[in-house]
Design a protein. Structure first.
Length: 177
């Protein structure tokens, strides 16, 4: 029987533990031939912390993992009864497999993002923000320009009724609610 991709819902924050636990359980039961891949979809992101660029890993779909497996009662029970797994997506007892094209697209995006990390913060011109650090702390402003390669944004801050451009690090602002 062919292996197909399935999406499994886990407790958020436990995706890697579920993957490790599943791999261990598969080995214990001798079912390695029934499972071919378990993936926690992640991407590399760049953030600027105290003036230094740091690359970290971020989950693309928190609370979900992808499993390529042969679906039968035995494999369903093994996955379903793994701690921190809440179930398969797309049907409780007979989930619909993810089309191969969709799974390949997710894997390809992961590989591309591993080569070219994206900024962790996603600001766009026109976003309303609050300055959280520095001499303009607690000022509100509007993002004028985003400079992801430098980890900075230019924010128009109102000082004495005049719009003044200020260049700030991503980590020194947050979205205004």
């Amino acid at each position: 029987m062919a292996h197909k991709w399935y999406i499994v819902h886990t407790y958020s924050g436990f995706e890697n533990k579920v993957k490790a636990s599943l791999e261990e359980r598969i080995k214990q039961k001798g079912l390695q031939d029934k499972f071919s891949q378990i993936i926690v979809p992640t991407e590399k992101v760049i953030e600027v912390v105290k003036g230094e660029k740091k690359t970290s890993s971020r989950k693309v779909y928190p609370g979900y993992i992808l499993i390529k497996m042969e679906f039968n009662d035995e494999t369903w029970h093994l996955v379903q009864n793994t701690p921190k797994v809440t179930g398969f997506v797309g049907g409780k007892n007979n989930p619909v497999p993810l089309p191969d094209k969709e799974a390949e697209k997710i894997i390809q995006q992961m590989e591309e993002r591993a080569q070219k990390p994206r900024p962790k913060y996603d600001y766009e011109p026109g976003d309303k923000v609050i300055v959280t650090e520095g001499p303009f702390a607690n000022f509100t402003g509007v993002v004028d320009e985003v400079k992801p390669d430098k980890g900075k944004v230019r924010v128009l801050v109102s000082i004495f009724g005049r719009s003044t451009p200020v260049e700030l690090e991503f980590g020194h602002i947050q979205r205004a609610s």
